[in-house]
Write a protein that binds this ligand. Structure first.
Ligand code: COA
Length: 385
């Protein structure tokens, strides 16, 4: 298997982008990544997208987007794993480069979510849960994660303030990210007094509905310095896993087993453990998700992530900075693009070009991208070589 590097990244400011179409957003991000890498062609491409059909009435995205990028007849593949579609697209591109099948591969994600109304978006997202046993009974993602939050509070004494602190911290980071949808500071009081969505989760505990795209260029590590002026960032670890899709089928709501397994595989491939990860981008689709995930990744012991967050341990200047981009909460969550958006932040930090939100001296970062309420997860470890 060949070592794989990221040599280019592209994104735009995410948000409610009425004037832009899905194809516009994706082509902009893809061209930004190609220009950033400085390559003159791609051999293959992958597109992560959760639901082009329900959000904008467009499927067959692989060919459509290859066409609009002007790269036909390169092979193009759409990858779907709900909100983990982007991370799974990276995994697919990694395998293609590592295997020796292709040298320069574009991996990307896109979602255009605001062309439907709130009910339409909630319905489209809910198709990633168990339709027969969860959705038909009225469960939505805010509702499912609210059950996780209640269980966590009951078992570990998590307070409402500790939960809110996740949103406060992520908005503190997002305010420094020019690509963030909601780059504003958020006080503890604002989070705690925001509109109730699904008790105990309030509006400011939830990631928003977002339009956006992101892309990256992969190549064999041994070719990276010849192909691009950018310092190569090695993909040193990768792991993916699944879990029972319906929450009620799991023995423990608060243990995200797919994340545990995906992280174990990524750590093994990279030859490191959680203590050797300098910072991470994780899937904070709801504040409670960030707490469960950073425990599943082995950064904090079970039941302690809320206290650690409130103590500042996950802040930019803390011992384990989490979501320096602002996370899904502040940067936004265009579901199919989120996993590649995380890679954009890791590469930016590892190149040392994150400006005011730069974490000093980081050499290795982890991205954790999760589908639904944890039914699928993919983790990647990136490092400076
Ligand atoms: N941060 C700051 N402000 C936010 C925000 C956020 N994360 N999310 C929404 N807002 C603002 C909006 O701009 C809007 O402000 P305005 O009234 O001044 O225009 C206001 O809050 C209400 O937002 P709106 O989008 O109209 O709320 P909504 O009631 O339609 O939807 C949720 C709120 C929480 C239901 C919706 O965002 C949601 O479903 N989020 C979860 C998405 C999800 O499940 N993703 C998949 C995860 S697995």
């Amino acid at each position: 298997m060949r070592d794989v590097a990221v040599i280019g990244i592209g994104i735009q400011k995410w948000g409610e982008l009425w004037e832009r179409s899905l194809r516009d957003l994706w082509v902009e991000a893809a061209l930004n990544a190609i220009n950033d890498a400085g390559v003159d062609h791609i051999d293959s491409m992958y597109v992560g997208c959760m639901s082009g059909g329900l959000f904008v009435g467009q499927e067959h995205l692989s060919s459509l987007l290859a066409d609009y990028l002007g790269v036909c007849p390169v092979p193009a593949t759409r990858v779907e794993s709900a909100c983990a579609s982007g991370g799974m697209a990276l995994r697919s591109g990694f395998i293609e480069v590592a295997s020796g099948l292709s040298d320069i591969v574009l991996v990307s994600g896109v979602e255009k979510m605001t062309d439907v109304d709130g009910g339409g978006a909630t319905y489209a997202l809910a198709t990633a849960a168990d339709a027969e046993y969860e959705v038909y009974q009225g469960a939505t993602f805010p509702g499912l994660y609210a059950m996780v939050a209640r269980d966590y509070m009951h078992r570990y004494g998590l307070t409402r303030e500790q939960l809110a602190q996740v949103a406060v911290k992520n908005h503190d980071n997002g305010v420094l990210n020019p690509h963030a949808q909601f780059p504003m500071k958020m006080s503890l009081e604002t989070v705690m007094n925001s509109t109730m969505i699904a008790d105990p989760l309030r509006l400011m505990d939830c990631s928003p509905i977002t339009d956006g795209a992101a892309a990256a260029i992969l190549c064999p590590l041994e070719m990276a310095r010849d192909l691009s002026k950018n310092p190569p960032i090695k993909v040193s670890g990768m792991g993916a896993a699944t879990d029972r899709i319906a929450l009620h089928d799991r023995p423990d709501f608060c243990e995200f087993r797919a994340t545990v397994k995906a992280a174990e595989a990524a750590y093994k491939m990279a030859g490191v453990g959680p203590d050797e990860i300098d910072f991470a981008e994780v899937h904070d689709c709801f504040t409670i998700a960030e707490l469960c995930v950073i425990e599943a990744l082995g950064f904090f012991a079970r039941g302690t992530a809320g206290q650690a967050t409130a103590a500042g341990e996950t802040a930019r200047d803390g011992k384990k900075p989490i979501n320096t981009s602002g996370g899904l909460k502040s940067k936004g969550h265009p579901v199919g693009a989120t996993g590649i958006g995380q890679i954009h932040e890791l590469v930016t930090q590892l190149r040392g070009t994150a400006g005011e939100r730069q974490v000093a001296g980081v050499k290795r970062g982890l991205a954790q991208n999760m589908g639904g309420s944890g039914g699928s997860t993919v983790c990647h470890i990136l490092e400076v070589v």
